[in-house]
Design a protein around this ligand. Structure first.
Ligand code: A5P
Length: 214
């Protein structure tokens, strides 16, 4: 299989376990969603290709920061949302693996990451504020920092974290953010996940778009 490999603590567990299977003889090629994951995949013995080498993937597996009952996600807590969305979009199936603390009734308690180009960042922030106002959403927009400096993504961009608290209409917000020049991508993944595996103290359950009648 041609596999998209996610980013974050949960996805790293998947990559390590996949590495075990590869060392037992499983044949896969992995396309990583971050430099961090590419390094880990190579370390555990998974053959790594670029998305240019393998532009069509069979399956992408990744974590999420929040997920609701309609398989809508917030991603990007690890700063890799742009490559994660490109890779998930290139895959025939996109499987999300989370613990049940990530499962929410309404998205938005986790700050929504937005990747923006550094040029004109203040103007982009103002445009996002205007878009939020039009949707009657309120909240701070924080330029993500690391070690006292603006965080820089693998693509040389910045991350803005939108602390909204609740997002009543994720589809409308996704469209509004995507329309803003300077916004490269946002962390709302809507209509992308094929299924989710949700693990909790009570066991593991699978969430599908159309669960079979019980
Ligand atoms: C990386 O940019 C994110 O989208 C991660 O997939 C997400 O933050 C989940 O990460 P954890 O598994 O570390 O919570």
């Amino acid at each position: 299989m041609r596999l998209g490999l996610g980013t974050g603590r949960t996805a790293e567990q998947f990559v390590r376990l996949l590495g075990l299977r590869v060392r037992e003889g499983l044949q896969v090629v992995g396309v990583a969603t971050s430099e961090r994951t590419a390094a880990l995949a190579a370390l555990v013995g998974i053959p790594v290709a670029t998305l240019d080498d393998e532009p069509v993937l069979d399956l992408a597996v990744d974590g999420a920061d929040e997920i609701d009952g309609r398989l809508r996600l917030i991603k990007g807590g690890g700063g890799a949302l742009l490559r994660e969305k490109i890779v998930a979009n290139a895959a025939s199936r996109f499987l999300v693996i989370v613990d049940d603390a990530k499962f929410v009734d309404q998205l938005g308690a986790f700050p929504l990451p937005v990747e923006a180009v550094p040029f004109g960042l203040a103007a982009t922030i103002r445009a996002i504020e205007d878009a939020l106002g039009a949707l009657r959403l309120e909240g701070a927009i924080i330029v993500r920092q690391r070690d006292g400096q603006p965080y820089v993504t693998d693509n040389g961009n910045r991350i803005l974290d939108l602390k909204l608290g609740r997002i009543a209409e994720p589809e409308r917000l996704a469209t509004a953010l995507a329309d803003i020049p300077g916004v490269v991508e946002h962390g709302l993944f809507i209509g992308m996940a094929s299924a989710a595996i949700i693990a909790g103290a009570g066991g593991v359950r699978r969430l599908s778009p159309n669960p079979p009648p019980s």
